[in-house]
Ligand binder design. Structure first.
Ligand code: HEM
Length: 277
């Protein structure tokens, strides 16, 4: 946070110095209003941020990052207020930004250059919609660009974002506990639950399967999905129940939304080989 505000501040100060040096012989000229005032203050910034959020929500290049916030009104409101306060404070307004610094806020998300560019485009479209003049638009977008090194981490594997073998093992442990307690599907696992060696093998197979599929060094050596579920006559509803249990474990371990969606989508791809066998 401090660093990003410092960056905004440095940028604004540079603008002010430039202005001062240009105008030092002309004392009659009024000082340039703050970028905050030129943008139109809190209400104009709020309108720009609202449109920006709508643009991001409709942007398939990056909206998976925001799926959890979009599904939780309180979280979305907090994000909105954080963004308004961040822009307000950094442009010279009275707002106080109290959120995380940019490095901490985006750590582990695997944000790439292309994601950053997409988000800036979404903001730029919003500024255009409100007819923010080119000078103010450039000033704001230049300040945002300065935060890029704190936000962009570059491409990461799904495996790394999940937290590697230890984190996957913890998620699978929790998931198995949830399945064992889920009366919609636990009958399928009764034999494994009654035999510790069999349960351990199932657990290891699941960890290795997720590890291998997400780009880790693990090697899955179990049966293919069709063979493993042959004769079980698993229904779509039972498959959905299992996915829900895994989703609950991923939420418990605070796996961020894009990573969660990618893992659940990969699992969803196995549905045809598992349901109705
Ligand atoms: C200069 C550009 C950016 C700025 C100024 C910015 C600002 C912020 C702020 C203020 C927060 C809230 C921090 C808190 O909760 O305390 C946040 C969170 C977040 N940002 Fe960014 N961000 C930028 C770029 C990006 C990009 C490129 C992405 C991904 C495409 C991204 C994804 C997220 C996500 C997923 C959250 C957490 C939302 C939630 O679930 O609550 N951000 N960002």
């Amino acid at each position: 946070m401090k660093k990003s505000i410092q960056l905004w501040g440095a940028f604004l100060m540079a603008g002010t110095l430039l202005f001062t040096s240009c105008k030092k012989d002309d004392m009659a000229v009024a000082p340039t209003p703050t970028l905050y005032a030129r943008l139109g203050g809190n209400s104009a910034i709020s309108a720009v941020i609202d449109q920006f959020i709508a643009n991001v929500a409709g942007d398939a290049r990056i909206n998976a990052f925001f799926a959890d916030a979009a599904a939780d009104p309180a979280r979305l409101t907090k994000l909105r207020n954080n963004l308004i306060n961040q822009v307000g404070m950094a442009t010279g307004g009275m707002e106080k930004y109290t959120g995380l610094d940019m490095k901490a806020a985006h750590k582990g998300m695997g944000i790439e250059d292309s994601h950053f560019t997409a988000l800036v485009e979404d903001l730029s479209l919003s500024l255009d919609k409100f007819k923010v003049p080119t000078a103010e638009k450039t000033e704001l977008l230049t300040a945002l660009a300065a935060m890029k090194p704190d936000i962009v981490e570059g491409a990461t594997t799904l495996y790394a974002r999940l937290g590697g073998n230890a984190a996957i093992t913890a998620v699978i442990d929790d998931f198995i506990g949830k399945v064992a307690a889920d009366s919609r599907i636990n009958a399928f696992f009764a034999a494994a639950a009654a035999d510790p060696a069999r349960l351990n093998r199932l657990k290891l197979n699941l960890v290795n399967q997720v590890g291998q599929a997400s780009g880790g060094p693990e090697k899955y050596s179990g049966l293919d999905m069709k063979t493993a579920h042959k004769g079980m006559k698993i229904t779509d509803a039972q498959f959905n129940a299992l996915v829900e249990d895994l989703q609950a474990s991923l939420v418990k371990f605070k796996v961020e939304s894009r990573t969660k969606i990618q893992l659940l989508t990969a699992l969803g791809g196995m549905r045809a080989d598992i349901v109705g066998q």
